[in-house]
Write a protein that binds this ligand. Structure first.
Ligand code: GLA
Length: 374
């Protein structure tokens, strides 16, 4: 793109991906989650270009597009919608954004369940906030990025990813209550263990449609249980006893979805306590238990993720593992003793190659800080 010839960026922003230790699909059910940002990130460079409304966005090594701030609408090219969605949401809050040029560079594997989408949205919002002095709070950027995903990308996501991308602190996980948005940073020290991500490299394309279906199934459960108890507004208000009372009225599928969310919320609080008390074996057990629910009750796993989690169980040096993120592939998160990391990575890769003929990607992540100026 032409603007690259005279590009002299005045602002650089790093926007991280995230992992979630526990609390999968609980965010849009008003429950708890336990995520943190990681070192893998998307880097944005910005310059004002002097135009009122003309903007250029270029993803390095990939492709670019130009846009006019006065005529923003949904694009048929998926990734452009992360940019357009954020600009559309910002335009509802302020008219201070003017013409800008921006390059984007990522070392966050796309579609791997590490939330490259939130990282894109939040990095852009954060950068424009700085560049044009928009005066948006961090929470405003989190929420507008989530709305951008709903309206332009079409995934009815919860708030976890955007929250983790912006609000994380190095060395900590965030215990977030997605209903009240109250949160605590919990320092974690897992030495001599490491967090090893195994990227299945599959992202089954039913992911986004099934995501919205899961949300609807949970809402169906809530609507049925509300008949017996008007005070229920989300699965957050539902106890196991309430679920059992209404069981006969719901399909087995809706029952299983609700059942998973109730257990998963409990697991978040249990794991947060286990981290505070440094009980890493408990953290590991909870991971395995959660994966079982992800696979059998919520049904958002896939053969590749199930295989890797099962594979890890043969290693006493692996405390626990589960698929992380929205589901249907992406990465499994493994807590592995440092002495066994290399052996585990190597053996997992060769077993995975033999089974699926896919080159596994294995890498360590560390709890890192949220979106920031570089
Ligand atoms: C995706 C969504 C999040 C969350 C997870 C599942 O990453 O963006 O809001 O629902 O899936 O926990």
């Amino acid at each position: 793109m032409q603007f690259l010839e005279n590009f002299t960026p005045e602002l650089t922003i790093a926007s991280p991906g995230r992992i979630n230790f526990i609390g999968e699909h609980t965010d849009y059910n008003m429950g708890y989650v336990l995520p943190t940002a990681i070192g893998n990130k998307i880097t944005f460079k910005f310059q004002k270009n002097g135009s009122d409304t003309h903007c250029n966005v270029y993803s390095l090594g990939y492709e670019g597009f130009a846009l006019d701030l006065n005529t923003i609408s949904i694009s048929s090219i998926e990734w452009e919608n992360y940019v357009l969605g954020v600009l559309n949401e910002i335009s509802k809050l302020t008219d201070k954004v003017k013409g800008f040029d921006c390059t984007i560079e990522s070392n966050l594997p796309l579609g791997s369940g590490l939330s490259s989408s939130a990282s894109m949205e939040c990095g852009l919002a954060f950068g424009l906030n700085e560049l044009f002095d928009l005066g948006l709070s961090k929470m405003a950027m989190v929420k507008l990025s989530q709305r951008a995903e709903h309206s332009y990308v079409g995934t009815q996501c919860g708030i976890m990813d955007q929250f983790a991308s912006v609000m994380s602190k190095e060395g900590n996980v965030i215990l977030l209550d997605c209903q009240s948005l109250e949160h605590q940073h919990i320092p974690i020290n897992i030495h001599p263990y490491k967090i090893i991500m195994l990227n299945t490299k599959v992202s089954h394309n039913l992911a986004s449609s099934e995501y919205n279906t899961r949300k609807q199934e949970c809402e169906e459960g809530v609507a049925l249980m509300k008949k017996a108890n008007l005070a229920i507004t989300s699965l957050r208000d539902v106890t196991r006893e309430m679920l059992e009372v209404s069981k006969s009225e719901m399909t087995q599928t809706v029952y299983n979805r609700c059942s998973f969310i109730i257990d998963e919320n409990k697991r978040v609080l249990e794991m947060a306590s286990a981290f505070k008390e440094n009980k890493l074996e408990t953290v590991g057990e909870i991971l395995y238990e959660a994966h079982d629910g992800i696979s059998k009750l919520y049904e958002v796993s896939c053969p590749e993720s199930d295989f890797l989690v099962e594979f890890s169980k043969a290693y006493p040096a692996v405390l626990g593992a589960r698929q992380t993120g929205g589901g249907f592939g992406g990465c499994t998160l493994n807590i592995v003793h440092e002495e066994t990391v290399e052996q585990f990575k190597k053996e997992a890769a060769s077993a995975y190659k033999a089974k699926f003929d896919i080159e596994l990607e294995a890498f360590e992540v560390k709890p890192s800080g949220g979106t920031s100026i570089v």
